[in-house]
Design a protein around this ligand. Structure first.
Ligand code: HEM
Length: 218
């Protein structure tokens, strides 16, 4: 146990934790999107899917608690790494940093908090209903469609999911680096993998508000 805490103290230990929690969050986002795309199959299909998730009872709560812990650890490790890098950066050294490192630090550190704020809004909007203008418990299809009919709500989802895609693209790319697949020979595959999966999330998640705004789903 002491060894684990010792390893976590180093920056590579933190990066490892960020990579592992990041991939769990990515898998959640991918699975969530695949489930949500049942919106295109109609009211009955989406509502039955939501009812099935609710019917899992205790399992759903165990998954929620695990995911909440994973989110907390992902944020904490990122903040610690950010302040660690800030503290260890020698004065005047900034220009010597590679472009990739400073790019990552600058973009990930602001897209992360915006995504976290979006998730809080999203939970109040579609899960508890506190931020929804006409929340009907049990009719997820109505909640989603009536929610996206409001243009600025759809705009919030579109901007947040574009940022999420951007965050994931860099996250997936870094994931391979942290886990040791950073040989120049694999770089083209790393890039393609990151582009493919972040692109899938963007296209899938944007398709829903766009389809509602366009009147294709009503
Ligand atoms: C257009 C995109 C999205 C749609 C249509 C959507 C739809 C929904 C709906 C309908 C629920 C409520 C399910 C229920 O109460 O039965 C929900 C819950 C949730 N969503 Fe999304 N979502 C989207 C994007 C996202 C993204 C990008 C994230 C994370 C980055 C996310 C994270 C969550 C979480 C954490 C919950 C709560 C799950 C639970 O505790 O049961 N969603 N979403």
């Amino acid at each position: 146990m002491n060894g684990i805490f010792e390893a976590y103290r180093s920056s590579i230990g933190k990066k490892f934790v960020i990579a592992v929690t990041g991939i769990i969050l990515f898998l959640f986002v991918l699975g969530h999107m695949i489930g949500n795309l049942q919106l295109f199959a109609g009211r009955d299909v989406l509502n039955s899917y939501a009812a099935f998730l609710q019917s899992t009872g205790k399992i759903l709560w165990v998954v929620r608690i695990i995911m909440l812990t994973v989110v907390a650890v992902h944020i904490l490790a990122n903040l610690q790494l950010f302040f660690m890098n800030l503290g260890s950066r020698p004065v005047g050294y900034r220009v010597k940093k590679t472009r990739e490192v400073s790019y990552s630090a600058r973009t990930m550190i602001w897209s992360g908090p915006i995504i976290a704020a979006f998730v809080l809004y999203h939970l109040l909007h579609f899960t508890t209903g506190g931020a929804h203008h006409d929340f009907i418990k049990g009719d997820v299809y109505y909640v989603v469609v009536s929610g996206f009919k409001i243009w600025w709500v759809s705009a919030v989802y579109i901007v947040a999911n574009l940022l999420l895609g951007f965050h994931l693209k860099h996250g997936l790319w870094s994931w391979f680096q942290t886990l040791g697949f950073a040989h120049p020979k694999y770089n083209i595959w790393r890039k393609r993998f990151a582009l493919l999966f972040s692109g899938l999330i963007i296209v899938g998640n944007l398709s829903m508000p766009i389809a509602v705004l366009a009147g294709w789903v009503a």
